[in-house]
Design a binder for this molecule. Structure first.
Ligand SMILES: Nc1ncnc2c1ncn2[C@@H]1O[C@H](COP(=O)(O)OP(=O)(O)OP(=O)(O)O)[C@@H](O)[C@H]1O
Length: 254
């Protein structure tokens, strides 16, 4: 499998000389195209910092991050927004849909802001909406649809431009357990049927059990890695709980 994302000795420091926090400490790992990876670790272990560095929202202090062989730590400030739109899809906890746009417009926004004509955008939106079972609500506004439908809209938006990497930060954090399971099933489907590569930060062992591989961070360092392989999701879930027990800290076992 081709390596899509490669981190080499990534370091991130916050603060200045007398008050430095080392949020990431020589973190190195690779992600193959088509993998579904979860990042776990206690509060303050560096998960969000890692995601922010990969998503170019934050700059690394040292080290390199390659996406499809492009060193994203070298991208010029003026080209960053374009890079994100083209290559990265985001699924946030609160979905970040724009209230004044319809579901159809929300899904197609990345294409529209890149000046793709409505004639081209519409069939692309319809295709992904049909795949996610939300083709009936395309003319509605976010306030007119259910939480589950909003999730699907956010997922559709994250993959419509065939973005090479989907980044999800605690996507199930604000959901009840039924909605969380539905979202995870959609993400699993995007991973399996569209071969979307997903990197998801989560506190939650149940959510993480949907991934193929889990990286555990402790104090900004990679602590451990486990692979699902042929294990059932339930077996994997229990393996995750074992690692979390070893890790200690305040990682939730919800
Ligand atoms: N902007 C910042 N300025 C200073 N320190 C920061 C900043 N952002 C994060 N940190 C520190 O960096 C470390 C890693 O934080 P980070 O938010 O990445 O952890 P996390 O694993 O995502 O935590 P949580 O699960 O609570 O969201 C922590 O010690 C945190 O206090």
């Amino acid at each position: 499998m081709k390596t899509l994302l490669q981190l080499e000795n990534v370091e991130k420091y916050y603060g200045s000389k007398n008050n430095v926090t080392k949020a990431l400490d020589k973190v190195s790992f690779g992600v193959d195209k088509g993998e579904f990876i979860a990042i776990m670790g206690a509060s303050g272990s560096g998960k969000t910092t890692l995601l922010n560095c990969i998503s170019t929202i934050d700059e690394v202090s040292a080290g390199n991050i390659y996406l499809d062989d492009i060193n994203i730590t070298d991208i010029d400030e003026k080209d960053i927004a374009k890079f994100r739109q083209k290559n990265l899809g985001f699924i946030f906890q609160d979905f970040n849909l724009l209230d004044t746009l319809t579901i159809e417009e929300n899904i197609g926004i990345v294409l529209t802001i890149n000046n793709l004509s409505p004639e081209k955008v519409q069939p692309m939106v319809k295709e992904i909406a049909a795949k996610l079972g939300i083709e009936d609500i395309l003319n509605k506004y976010p306030y007119q649809v259910s939480g589950g439908q909003k999730q699907r809209c956010a997922c559709a938006r994250a993959v419509i431009n065939k973005q090479s990497l989907i980044l999800a930060d605690e996507p199930t954090g604000a959901l009840d357990s039924r909605s969380a399971q539905m979202l995870l099933e959609v993400m699993e489907d995007l991973n399996q049927s569209l071969e979307a590569t997903i990197l998801m930060v989560t506190h939650d062992a149940f959510s993480a059990s949907y991934a193929n591989r889990i990286l555990f961070l402790k104090d900004g360092k990679l602590f451990n890695e486990i692979i699902r392989g042929q294990k059932s999701r339930n077996q994997f879930y229990h393996e995750i709980l074992d690692v979390l027990a070893l890790l200690g800290g305040d990682v939730s076992n919800a």
